[in-house]
Ligand binder design. Structure first.
Ligand SMILES: Cc1cc2nc3c(=O)[nH]c(=O)nc-3n(C[C@H](O)[C@H](O)[C@H](O)COP(=O)(O)OP(=O)(O)OC[C@H]3O[C@@H](n4cnc5c(N)ncnc54)[C@H](O)[C@@H]3O)c2cc1C
Length: 389
């Protein structure tokens, strides 16, 4: 088989890249390890930056999001019993959209089906070949047979555990990593959200987040030690702990119910540079991971796709390779800004085992500054709603 751009991975970055390229008349083939049903059932991100909303709309998949998504013009940070509202609209004139990653993925699959774009699910043993040579290609197993996909470019959109990043020679890669000493226990429940806006709580018992997907679907998280297992947490224990970490007058409105999904995600910051090697371009989680505190993971995957799709479209339609040459540098400049924001919010809002009274005082001062200083509010709001592309 032959195509112009082989895309490894059908997560949000792979599907969106394929959609934008197909609409510009560029052929793609998407290779995905899992089944489509599995990809669609993964519960992950839910807060979309304005730039993400705009790019999804330009890709022709903004219709349902505009009808069913919930625009948010602020969020709350809490410290013990104090509620601090950051008004995005007032601070920087922007907002975010609450619309689940599962819904984004579903919309992209439907749009790709309408374009007849080839997606091959259930592939195994994907190997990338001749990345710096004249014949880049991908081999993989499917339905008991080995296949060869010839192409001009390969987009590595296969997430943190994919094969693409490790196909770049180790001597050419530089990796930066920070592993946090805790995880997030997340629960999804078919109950009305605690509040109309997201609440990020800094509490002596640990961090908590009250988020949502729609008016009858809530997403809650609490910080837990890395040694905890999902089985250690009954629904009752989870609700009691969440309630204890949210200001009491708000927590009394919490509607609890059975969890329909419960999982623990470790928190990590990771960047691999460069994001290009010959014909291979890395996109999204394949090249970087952020702790979810700043709601940046999915949004960064989308900004990578913005730069890469622009570069590929300019190459194919105008024979201009400047965008591809500059892809890694341009994408990484924005990624490091989001890394800083995610790290700073994580540091400000969590209990670290090594934190002493001084560190906790620093958190208090930072939160006080956010409560009282319009410049600090503006910086937070600009970063949260998304820096420009
Ligand atoms: C539990 C969890 C919660 C999260 N919560 C948030 C959040 O609240 N906010 C936020 O912004 N972000 C969140 N994220 C991060 C966000 O979901 C990711 O940043 C986003 O999914 C990145 O998209 P991607 O397409 O780059 O990678 P992925 O979504 O990981 O997609 C990669 C795809 O590649 C496939 N693949 C992997 N290896 C191969 C292979 N060898 N061959 C073929 N296919 C392969 C995978 O099956 C997958 O479908 C969360 C992530 C996790 C894991």
């Amino acid at each position: 088989m032959r195509t112009q751009v082989a895309i490894i991975g059908a997560g949000p970055s792979g599907l969106l890249l394929s959609q934008l390229l197909n609409r510009a008349g560029i052929e793609t083939v998407v290779l995905e390890r899992q089944s489509r049903a599995y990809v669609l059932s993964r519960i992950r991100a839910g807060v979309l930056e304005q730039g993400t909303v705009d790019l999804l709309t330009r890709a022709g998949v903004g219709g349902r999001m505009a009808r069913e998504g919930q625009p948010h013009s602020g969020c709350y940070l809490t410290h013990d019993q104090q509620m601090i509202r950051i008004d995005f609209a007032e601070a920087c004139g922007a907002k975010v959209m609450v619309y689940g990653q599962t819904e984004v993925t579903r919309d992209l699959y439907e749009a790709q089906d309408a374009l007849g774009s080839p997606h091959i699910h259930g592939v195994e043993n994907v190997v990338l070949h001749d990345l710096d040579g004249p014949m880049p290609h991908v081999t993989y197993d499917h339905d008991g047979q080995n296949h060869r996909l010839e192409c001009e470019f390969i987009a590595g959109c296969d997430g943190f555990h994919g094969v693409s990043r490790n196909s770049i020679p180790e001597t050419l890669r530089r990796e930066y990593e920070k592993v946090y000493p805790f995880g997030w226990l997340g629960v999804l429940s078919e109950t009305p959200p605690l509040h109309e806006e997201l609440i990020y709580a800094n509490h002596p018992r640990g961090f908590a987040l009250a988020s949502m997907r729609n008016p009858m679907l809530s997403r809650y998280y609490i910080q837990v030690p890395l040694t905890d297992k999902v089985e250690d947490w009954s629904d009752e224990a989870f609700w009691a702990e969440l309630k204890a970490r949210i200001p009491a007058d708000v927590a009394q409105g919490l509607v609890t119910g059975p969890s329909i999904e419960k999982s623990i995600a470790p928190l990590r910051s990771f960047v691999s540079e460069p994001m290009r090697y010959g014909a291979l371009f890395l996109c999204g989680d394949a090249a970087h991971i952020v702790p979810p505190t700043g709601a940046k993971g999915l949004n960064l995957a989308v900004s990578d796709v913005h730069y890469l799709s622009k570069g590929l479209i300019a190459y194919y339609t105008e024979n201009d390779s400047a965008g591809l040459e500059g892809y890694s540098t341009q994408a990484l400049a924005r990624i490091w800004q989001a890394m800083r924001f995610s790290w700073s919010v994580t540091t400000m809002m969590h209990r670290f085992p090594e934190h002493d009274a001084y560190d906790r005082q620093m958190q208090r001062v930072e939160l006080t500054q956010l409560a009282t200083n319009p410049v600090a509010q503006r910086l937070f709001a600009q970063n949260y709603t998304g820096l420009p592309y």
